[in-house]
Write a protein that binds this ligand. Structure first.
Ligand SMILES: Cc1cc2nc3c(=O)[nH]c(=O)nc-3n(C[C@H](O)[C@H](O)[C@H](O)COP(=O)(O)OP(=O)(O)OC[C@H]3O[C@@H](n4cnc5c(N)ncnc54)[C@H](O)[C@@H]3O)c2cc1C
Length: 476
């Protein structure tokens, strides 16, 4: 029996799992899909928010500010790219300027350090491409950027390297028993026993809670669509540019990503199906707002568009508490933005405070917080590259030319926790296929490497789990 079963392999589940093993607990993650990080945590803006947005006293405000402070060291331990680029909330009217002062005041009450109101001239000096119609900005120097899937996968991998287990394709049909003796039974007959359960299932979290008789919240979906520009335009802006929020929300942002792309979006549209297709209307709305924010946006460098669906709750704040319906069952639900930023702090709180009230904790002396980063081959010096190639010649063969990803890195992603099993899994772990050609050149080679590593036929290689085979048979 595990001390903790975490349901849901997103960024919140990742940090609960990691902290559980750090505090000497046995832990297992159950993910309904074929791989981890396929929900909100894979498709978002990747902003490490400073913490001036959320209402004073809310869980959002508390965990945002704590998570923001923790992120640089967590990213460094996990070998994940993070950049403290600073964010700017841009004002376009006198009314907006008044809001900037309110945001500054709220941020300071939330504990955000280094907030400053900038004049138009100061703003233009920092970001020359901002529209001439801008009149000022709120500068948050603690704002940052991170790759959300790199962070999630690294935290789960680090937890697994320290003893946590992962079961994918685990669709829970029933939860029997109670605290100190839960049994989770999947539709395919597999079962897992647990002392405590942490529900981090995002859009699926209401269904999971209802299995223990907890119907105390509802979960809605709000889709956000994005446009991504190639690295060639990577220095178009260097800070994260937000519109001044209105009653309708924060609006779209224009930002550099940690991989030096430019990201534009997201929209906010209520959806019921959780589907992440983009629409002509959504992308037109992103285009129009980006043009309002900046002059001469290099749309000619668009390489892809994508969407993510926020899982929000009717309580309009994060719900992070033991369920009143079932002792030892903890809900981490309604974790919309700034959930990515907050994840390291939420993970600590859930384990140290909520599970700590139920089970004895101790520091795991064998816990190693450091995960060796992928070699990130392209960033190494010629000498360093040669040293690695001497030991493993697969690092001498470039597979993804756009992102300069080697065969060695792809094979490593298929062997290292949590192991990739398909083309999208390799993509999220290595960036092979994320460049200008979007996998047009490298996908067949990636498929061959997967087939070779997993000892399966090429016709069994999938893009993203069952039913997404790339090849169906021979034509000749
Ligand atoms: C468009 C958008 C932009 C955002 N921008 C930012 C940002 O810039 N900064 C920021 O801090 N936050 C941002 N967020 C919020 C952030 O992405 C989320 O708060 C965070 O990813 C939530 O993580 P999670 O683990 O709760 O959910 P998810 O990542 O959705 O993970 C839930 C997991 O549970 C799995 N699951 C579902 N049902 C079951 C089941 N029955 N059994 C087992 N597993 C199940 C899913 O497959 C999924 O893997 C944004 C979100 C969106 C959608």
């Amino acid at each position: 029996m595990y001390d903790v079963v975490v349901i849901g392999g997103g960024v919140i589940g990742a940090f609960v799992l990691r902290n559980a093993v750090k505090r000497g607990l046995t832990a297992c993650m159950l993910e309904v899909r074929s791989d981890v990080c396929m929900g909100q945590s894979k498709a978002n803006s990747g902003i490490v928010h400073a913490g001036f947005d959320a209402a004073e006293g809310s869980l959002k405000a508390k965990f945002n500010v704590l998570g923001n402070e923790m992120m640089p060291s967590v990213a460094s331990e996990l070998g994940v790219k993070y950049r403290n680029n600073g964010s700017l909330v841009v004002a376009f009217s006198d009314e907006d300027v008044k809001t900037l002062y309110l945001l500054k005041e709220r941020g300071e009450k939330n504990g955000v350090k280094g907030l400053e109101i900038l004049t138009k001239e100061q703003l233009k000096k920092l970001e020359p491409n901002v529209s001439d119609k801008a009149v000022g900005a709120l500068f948050a120097k603690t704002g940052g950027i991170i790759c959300p899937y790199e962070l999630t996968i690294a935290a789960i991998g680090n937890a697994m390297d320290n003893g946590a287990e992962l079961m994918t394709d685990f669709d829970t049909a029933r939860i029997d028993g109670g605290f100190d003796g839960y049994e989770l039974i999947a539709y395919d007959g597999r079962s897992v026993r647990a002392r405590t359960i942490v529900n981090c299932a995002g859009l699926g979290s209401r269904k999971i809670a209802s299995l223990v008789g907890d119907n105390s919240f509802t979960v809605g979906g709000r889709k956000g669509e994005y446009i991504l520009l190639d690295r060639e335009s990577g220095d178009f802006v260097s800070h994260t540019l937000f519109f001044t929020p209105t009653k309708k929300g924060k609006g779209i942002l224009v930002s550099q990503t940690v991989d030096n792309n430019i990201i534009l979006g997201p929209t906010a549209e209520e959806v019921t199906d959780g589907a992440t297709y983009t629409t002509a209307e959504g992308l037109a709305a992103v285009t129009a707002k980006a043009k309002e924010m900046c002059d001469n946006v290099p749309f000619y460098n668009t390489i892809t568009s994508f969407a993510g669906v926020r899982a929000y709750c009717d309580r309009h704040d994060f719900i992070i508490e033991e369920s009143k319906a079932s002792k030892g069952f903890i809900n981490c639900v309604g974790i919309e933005s700034p959930g990515l930023t907050s994840a390291p702090a939420i993970g600590e709180y859930v384990v140290n405070e909520l599970i700590g009230r139920l089970l004895p904790l101790k520091d795991n002396k064998n816990f190693n917080p450091v995960r060796t980063p992928d070699y990130l081959f392209k960033r190494l010096s010629r000498e360093e590259k040669n040293e690695i190639i001497k030991k493993d010649a697969t690092y001498g063969r470039i597979i993804c030319r756009c992102e300069q990803i080697t065969e060695g890195e792809i094979r490593r992603a298929l062997r290292e926790n949590p192991k990739a099993k398909d083309i999208d899994g390799v993509k999220r772990r290595t960036r092979a296929g994320m460049g200008r050609c979007q996998g047009g050149f490298c996908q067949p080679y990636v498929a061959e490497i997967i087939a070779d590593e997993l000892k399966i036929g090429l016709d069994k290689v999938t893009k993203s789990g069952d039913g997404t085979q790339i090849l169906v048979g021979k034509t000749k």
